[in-house]
Design a protein around this ligand. Structure first.
Ligand code: CDP
Length: 650
């Protein structure tokens, strides 16, 4: 039951690792450096209160209530948010944790709930300052002029400072060597300008709490595409375009690119300010991408055509880029806030507690929708774009740990069936909740132009086979054409930090290692220090003396693969490197079929994989219903965040 799980997990203290991360980056301090927050519950109080206060801005139904009824309503909601956050069953993205309450008197943020007055909530709304920025994902357009480029550089600086990650599609920029009328000179091209963006972000840390994160995209038909593919060559994780992930944008549908590849066809390079003529074989492009990704992990691929295919506002609006980790595709000046439910905590002896998952999903949607209204964006154009479509990114974490608890191997049909059912269930209830909010508080302003309203049977994801398909179709046929508060609702983020706070596995990823050393940046310095970790579920499933006897080898290898223990246990406790690339892809597809935004997933390859193996993964990717691809060959980049002691030694 939901309330039992909430009570259980509210009492469980975050691990030493989690507390360490919270203390370093999340707990609020006075300007003199004195900690105001000392526990996760303090953070949960602050965030729940601020997000509940949004009801004063966005809930027209509140107008009909008396003052005391309004107050009771908001307090109840604050309690509901607090319980969910305090249990760590749901955690919003880091900027919401960092910045909720920025500018507000401490006294208002931590006052006991019983003493809260309506005026206190109003004051919270009024006192938020320019750093009250709660979203993780942004896309900034870059115009093909010096003015346009440097306007975007400034916008990058402002968003980074506020704590957001930014993506841009640089295809608008004329290619290297093309004519510049104003100076009678030659353009230096998108790649050289990306270095300017990289430098700007390198001197502006995200609110002094972490380094910035960027995504640079160039479409496959841009004349500079071949140089772009190797733009991070020589990258050791620190030097070359260090803040950027780079990806090749695929504006056409996935199947179309596959067809060109299969018939050994070409792409005609194209830019309005370019007078050259050139066609390149798709096979040549793919080969170069594979070579480069084999060496450095970059570039990835983003299937923009696929994203627009399922975008409720397309073609009225267009997705041009994704955020840095790829889970959200956005149009110009759009932003999105994320939050993730820890599936592992929803496990009971009977399997997944579906009622609890429904309740958590519904509260989380309401929470994320409120975040939009208490957000303060550094640029007005962003504020406007966000409020027009009210995009949310609710996802999951802890999937690998859930599978461990259920004795299901990640690379199995059973795991994929579970993934589809979980995601379809969340898709159903999150979309129902978004429609309920639409009826209660108003649809998103562009709703009438959206395909929810204008098309019969529009569903914003591809669907597959799950236990909830009928209900999903029914929802989009009968309810969504009338009510929808959010243009899109779901996304699966990497949850790089929040999964550590939740003491769970990240996103939909398998565990990287069963025992490992995690290096964490010390505050205000580039120095890193090690934190040791052994998977909690493994600790529960194996006797302590057995764990102790294998610990050294486990820390060295990260996997059970080479240990002499029960084969059944080994089969269940697989880690990333034990899983074949195709099984990674199939899991990405299983989730993506029920997600309206995208998914952040890395397809891991062993160190011994060849460039041809990478090509093979690309071609497989084009055959599956996914929206992007990131591959990583173990050991190809030296500064991995997670690393086994073995890879440290090499
Ligand atoms: O766990 P947390 O909420 O901190 O973030 P995540 O799920 O690992 O990343 C979600 C998004 O946050 C990324 O796709 C980026 O858009 C943004 N991000 C960032 O701006 N800077 C970072 N250092 C990490 C993530």
């Amino acid at each position: 039951m939901y309330s039992d799980l909430i009570e259980k997990y509210k009492k469980i203290q975050p691990s030493q690792n989690a507390v360490r991360i919270l203390t370093e980056r999340y707990f609020i301090k006075t300007p003199a450096g004195e900690f105001i927050e000392k526990s996760w519950h303090d953070v949960a109080h602050r965030v729940a209160r601020v997000v509940a206060s949004a009801e004063l801005i966005n809930n027209p139904a509140l107008e009909n209530l008396s003052k005391s009824e309004k107050l009771d309503y908001i307090k109840l909601l604050e309690k509901e948010f607090f319980d969910l956050l305090a249990s760590r069953i749901f955690i919003p993205n880091s900027p919401t944790l960092f910045n909720s309450g920025m500018g507000v008197d401490y006294e208002l943020l931590y006052k006991p709930l019983e003493q809260m007055e309506l005026d206190d909530y109003s004051k919270i709304i009024q006192m938020r300052n320019h750093l009250h920025m709660l979203s993780a994902c942004f896309v900034v357009p870059v115009e093909d002029s010096i003015d346009g480029i440097f306007t975007a550089v400034k916008e990058y600086a402002l968003i980074t400072k506020a704590g957001g990650g930014i993506g841009s599609n640089f295809s608008s920029l004329r290619p290297n060597g093309s004519f510049v009328a104003g100076t009678h000179g030659k353009a230096s091209g998108p790649i050289s300008f990306m270095h300017v963006f990289n430098s700007a972000v390198s001197v502006v840390e995200q609110g002094y709490r972490r380094r910035g994160a960027l995504m640079g995209i160039l479409n496959i038909d841009h004349p500079d595409i071949m140089d772009f593919i190797s733009a991070k060559k020589g990258n050791d994780g620190e030097k070359v375009l260090r803040f950027f992930n780079i990806s090749v944008g695929i504006p056409m549908r996935r199947e179309e690119l596959l067809r060109i590849y299969e018939r050994d066809g070409t792409i005609r390079l194209n830019h309005s300010k370019w007078h050259g003529e050139k066609e390149i074989k798709v096979r040549e492009i793919i080969q170069k991408m594979a070579q480069s990704a084999w060496e450095t992990g970059d570039p990835g691929m983003v299937f923009l055509g696929e994203m627009n295919r399922y975008y409720a506002l397309y073609p009225h609006k267009e997705i041009i880029s994704t955020n840095p980790c790829g889970e959200i595709g956005l149009g110009a000046y759009e932003a999105c806030n994320l939050g993730s439910i820890d599936l592992a905590k929803l496990y009971t002896q009977n399997g997944v507690d579906w009622d609890a998952l429904e309740k958590a999903t519904r509260i989380a949607v309401r929470f994320l929708d409120n975040v939009i209204d208490v957000n303060v964006f550094p640029i007005d154009k962003i504020s406007k774009a966000v409020k027009e479509s009210r995009r949310l990114g609710l996802g999951i974490m802890g999937f690998a740990d859930l599978l461990y608890k259920m004795d299901i191997p990640y690379d199995s049909e059973e795991a994929r069936r579970l993934a589809k059912n979980i995601m379809a269930f969340m898709a159903l209830h999150s979309h129902e909740e978004s429609s309920k909010l639409g009826e209660e508080k108003g649809n998103f302003p562009l709703f009438e132009q959206s395909r929810y309203h204008t098309e019969d049977d529009f569903v914003p994801f591809s669907m597959d086979e799950s236990d909830y398909d009928e209900e999903i179709f029914e929802h989009f046929r009968n309810v969504a054409p009338k009510f929808k508060r959010n243009v899109a609702v779901l996304a699966i983020a990497p949850t790089g930090s929040i999964s550590n706070i939740a003491d769970t596995s990240s996103g939909l990823e398998p565990n990287f290692l069963l025992a490992y050393v995690r290096y964490v940046n010390k505050q205000n310095s580039d120095e890193r220090e090690p934190l040791f970790y052994v998977n909690e579920v493994l600790k529960q499933k194996l006797p302590e003396d057995l764990i102790n006897s294998i610990k050294d080898k486990l820390v060295e290898d990260g996997t059970l693969k080479h240990l002499e223990i029960d084969e059944e246990i080994k089969r269940v406790f697989v880690v990333s490197h034990d899983i074949k690339p195709i099984d990674h892809l199939l899991m990405q597809e299983a989730f993506q079929c029920y997600v309206d935004n995208n998914i952040s997933k890395t397809i891991n390859l062993p160190n011994s994989a060849t460039v041809d193996d990478v090509v093979e993964v690309y071609i497989e990717a084009l055959k599956h219903k996914i929206r992007g691809l990131t591959i990583y060959r173990d050991g190809s980049l030296q500064t991995q965040v997670l690393t086994s002691t073995k890879s440290l030694k090499t």
